[in-house]
Design a protein around this ligand. Structure first.
Ligand SMILES: Cc1cc2nc3c(=O)[nH]c(=O)nc-3n(C[C@H](O)[C@H](O)[C@H](O)COP(=O)(O)OP(=O)(O)OC[C@H]3O[C@@H](n4cnc5c(N)ncnc54)[C@H](O)[C@@H]3O)c2cc1C
Length: 193
């Protein structure tokens, strides 16, 4: 079972690929997986999709298979196909199941971070420099956008790390200036006494 055409597409190129709909983006995800094979099918699995998207799938040569998927069939530890409600097996070599992701925030609930829900999941709301809704808390990578690949997550992490460092140095400069002003004031007060 696979979930991303960019992560797993090459390994299943040319094979019989099915995509099991899990949400409103699924027809479009079937188009993306369809780039890898001429044997692509889409199982709406009871979900409704706009006519335009269904027509686009047909135009791309992607079979739309109606009905409910009741289960997957496995032969010799390999996916053999999916079983439809009428008991018919639809043979497949790979099944794509787009996942809905959730940022793992166990232990951080008390921070009260603002979250955002997108078609692919629930993530921490942060700007491009990593600022979250809570001052002093930054976030980067998949926790803010589950669609980021490794290189983007790493680049985002580097960018956010620079922001954190920069802001801490500027904050330190402000505190140091305030401290030296207080020290100078105290010294002046001492000299007057
Ligand atoms: C199945 C799969 C295949 C993928 N294939 C590709 C691919 O081929 N190419 C590609 O570019 N990208 C791929 N990706 C995406 C890639 O994995 C991510 O872009 C990348 O890992 C994001 O990095 P990250 O550091 O933001 O998050 P993660 O790599 O998820 O790192 C977060 C870390 O934090 C830890 N953690 C979470 N909660 C806590 C906590 N409360 N306390 C302490 N630690 C915690 C986790 O255990 C994890 O180690 C794939 C993703 C998946 C799921």
């Amino acid at each position: 079972m696979v979930h991303c055409p960019y992560c797993h597409g090459w390994e299943i190129r040319g094979k019989r690929i099915g995509l099991l709909a899990t949400g409103p983006m699924s027809a479009k995800q079937a188009m993306l997986f369809g780039q890898w094979t001429e044997h692509m099918c889409f199982f709406p699995n009871g979900l409704e999709f706009p006519d335009e998207q269904l027509q686009q799938l047909a135009a791309l040569g992607i079979d739309v298979v109606p009905g409910q998927v009741q289960g997957v069939d496995v032969d010799d530890d390999r996916l053999a196909g999916v079983r439809l409600g009428d008991g018919v097996r639809h043979p497949l070599d790979a099944l794509a199941v787009p996942a809905f992701t959730r940022a793992r925030l166990e232990g951080l609930d008390d921070l009260g971070l603002e979250l955002q829900t997108t078609p692919i999941g629930v993530a921490v709301l942060a700007d491009e420099s990593g600022h979250t809704s809570v001052p002093g808390v930054w976030a980067a990578g998949n926790v803010v956008n589950a669609g980021m690949q490794v290189s983007e997550s790493a680049a985002n992490g580097a960018r956010v790390a620079m922001t954190i460092n920069t802001e801490l140095v500027f904050e330190k400069a402000k505190s140091a200036m305030a401290h030296s002003a207080t020290t100078a004031q105290a010294a002046r007060g001492g000299a007057q006494r």
